[in-house]
Design a protein around this ligand. Structure first.
Ligand SMILES: [Zn+2]
Length: 173
């Protein structure tokens, strides 16, 4: 089921999300809905708070459709256990901040530990776009958006654009 994605500014996007305890069938269904919503958008990552669920769950798939088979990933309670010293710059966007992009510097590689759909603990190293994406999504679980890395003027400009977009969407019903 495709869920509707919250648009910034929204208080639910500013909350620190709660850890998940035990992988229930309901959480499995939630992850499935999130992947469906992400592919439909389309996007390469989605965090539970973006659909109004303040739980520590992210999904992602950074494989481009012309690059081959999809690689959906579901991460419960993801935690960064190591970050590289060297940084990468990506022109980031966000499904909660449509059509707005800005360059953000982040560690170019990270190790992440998480609980999988199988209920088991996993740990893996991420690089390239996967590293940027996983850090962006984990930020969402802590109420942080990519625009929080920008200067106040740029951030306010984007926020005003989003407020205008939300007013237009509300008028359209
Ligand atoms: Zn985002």
């Amino acid at each position: 089921m495709i869920r509707s994605i919250l648009i910034h500014p929204d208080p639910r996007l500013k909350k620190v999300c709660d850890p998940v305890t035990g992988i229930s069938p309901e959480l499995g269904k939630l992850a499935e809905d999130m992947l469906e919503t992400m592919y439909d958008a389309p996007g390469i990552g989605l965090a539970a708070p973006q659909i109004g669920v303040t739980k520590r769950l992210i999904v992602m798939d950074c494989i481009k459709t012309d690059e081959g088979a999809p690689r959906p990933m579901v991460l419960f309670n993801p935690e960064i256990t190591w970050s590289s010293e060297d940084l990468s710059t990506y022109d980031e966007g966000c499904l909660s901040i449509p059509d707005q992009y800005a360059e953000v510097d982040r560690p170019s590689q990270v190790r992440v530990r998480w609980t999988g759909l199988d209920g088991q603990s996993h740990e893996d190293q991420f690089a390239g776009i996967w590293a940027t994406c996983v850090q962006h999504e984990i930020d969402h679980l802590n109420g942080k958006l990519f625009i929080d890395y920008l200067g106040p003027l740029k951030r306010q400009m984007i926020t005003r654009k989003m407020e205008k977009l939300k007013r237009e969407l509300a008028r359209q019903g």
